[in-house]
Design a protein around this ligand. Structure first.
Ligand code: FMN
Length: 346
């Protein structure tokens, strides 16, 4: 069985490891790529130097294709100059105390410049550049293609998928509302773009001509079979791989994923200022109760200070998780991959 997606990306099986901004691991990305799928690595917040180091580590760990993932600037990101952190920082005081760290002074910047990240990605020359939160510019798509890099965009609606196809991307991840992590909506409000995977995939497949990769709630062979029955050409899997041995998730995060019920996740802006799906913990509950959330990326930076200090304390972390997190059994990433491969059409 060799479909267009495998040929296009130079992989053996159309199974993509979802990128985990802030939580990707070289070992997991390499394990999925070595297994014939497409390992992805999330570069959220990484500066140019860290991207170059990461790419070198990936190259040392695997000689198979992998994807690097960037968050596109949407233009509504606040900078330290135009946001008053006061109320949001005050609301986090008990969480800073719990993590044993002082409330931070305002930094020079919340995020590295996108152009710096992009330059480092060009140097890294991955097989695939995957992006979220928008349509890459024509310049970015053309430069990627000139360098032999495929571009994958991410949609949460049919309209976004159409916009991505018009923008020249090579494939589209269609991300249902079940998915872990941020709702990467860029047309309209994330709260109004919560289409489930089962409804989203066939409608996106009907709307675009490029291969569609189904994301959100796919965690075992049944989910893979369903996604292909709905017309997908591939799947992107997050939560099930996050539980694997090679993932960078803390022990507490893994336990929360394994124990999570189908109803065990919420969509919240508490941790980053943008809507994301995860397991509610002390941090989410206290921030939502205080009702003083700074806009993205300020809030993500503010919570990042206690998250880093608390090093893996599940009550003081971002417990991103999808609605099917409890499916599957964790273990070695190769085992998770072979379970998923068992659901591919023959
Ligand atoms: C910790 C975590 C971080 C994530 N960060 C990103 C990211 O930076 N970029 C991205 O495209 N997707 C990100 N995602 C989404 C996953 O790549 C994937 O699409 C999603 O987990 C699929 O849904 P599932 O968890 O139900 O399998 C993240 C998911 C998790 C769990």
């Amino acid at each position: 069985m060799h479909g267009t997606l495998e040929q296009m990306l130079g992989i053996d099986v159309p199974i993509v490891l979802g990128p985990f901004g802030g939580m990707s691991s070289v070992a997991l990305t390499a394990a999925v790529s070595d297994g014939g799928g497409l390992g992805s690595f999330g570069l959220y917040g990484y500066d140019g130097e860290r991207i170059r180091e990461t790419a070198a580590a990936l190259r040392a760990a695997t000689d198979r294709p992998f994807a690097l993932n960037l968050w596109l600037p949407t233009g509504d990101e606040v900078t330290p100059a135009d946001v008053d952190l006061g109320a949001a920082r005050d609301a986090l005081a008990p969480l800073y105390r719990a993590a044993g760290v002082e409330p931070p002074a305002t930094p020079a910047r919340f995020l590295p410049p996108f152009e710096e990240q992009l330059d480092a990605v060009w140097d890294a020359a991955p097989a695939v550049l995957s992006v979220v939160f928008g349509v890459p510019t024509r310049g970015v798509v053309d430069e990627a293609h000139r360098r032999g890099i495929r571009v994958i965009g991410t949609a949460t609606s049919v309209a976004e998928a159409r916009a991505l196809e018009a923008g020249g991307v090579d494939a589209i991840v269609a991300s249902g509302a079940e998915a872990a992590g941020h709702r990467v909506t860029f047309l309209g409000q994330a709260e109004r773009s919560l289409v489930g995977t089962f409804a989203l995939i066939p409608q996106v497949v009907d709307a675009v001509g490029v291969p569609v990769i189904a994301a959100g709630g796919v965690a075992d062979r049944r989910g893979v079979a369903a996604a292909f029955a709905l017309g997908a050409s591939g799947v992107q899997v997050g939560s099930a791989f996050l539980r694997s041995r090679q993932s960078a998730a803390s022990a507490g995060h893994r336990a929360a994923l394994a124990d999570s019920a189908d109803t065990g996740t919420v969509l919240t802006r508490a941790m980053s200022g943008r809507l994301a799906r995860g397991i509610p913990n002390r941090a989410v509950r206290e921030i939502e109760a205080a009702d003083a959330i700074a806009p993205f990326p300020a809030q993500n930076w503010l919570t990042g200070v206690f998250r880093a200090a608390a090093a893996g304390d599940a009550e003081l972390s971002s417990l991103w998780a999808g609605q099917a997190s409890a499916l599957g059994s964790g273990g070695d990433a190769a085992g998770v991959l072979s379970e998923l491969v068992a659901g591919l059409p023959r």
